[in-house]
Ligand binder design. Structure first.
Ligand code: ZN
Length: 84
């Protein structure tokens, strides 16, 4: 059995996933918060504004953006120009 490290918290995992269960749950929760925010807020100024509104850390938001996990209709490339 292959043992890997969770890419988020560094805990050892033995699943095919790249993150542990606890981080996946956290990510799913963050995603829900962010998707709700994007649904209600078609435009925004910065990752820090998103973070303030959702409580999701800027680091996590940027990672989710890079991973392209959003189906928001927002072009992820637009996030590369957003400053903290
Ligand atoms: Zn983890």
């Amino acid at each position: 059995m292959e043992i890997k490290k969770c890419t988020s918290c560094g805990a050892f995992i033995t699943t095919e996933a790249t993150v542990c269960d606890s981080c996946r749950n956290k990510m799913n929760y963050d995603m829900t918060l962010l998707k709700n925010y994007f649904d209600e807020t078609p435009s925004f100024d910065s990752i820090s504004a998103i973070s303030a509104a959702t409580g999701v850390s800027p680091t996590s938001i940027q990672k989710y953006m890079q991973d392209n996990n959003f189906d928001t209709g927002i072009n992820s490339s637009s996030f590369s120009s957003i400053q903290y």
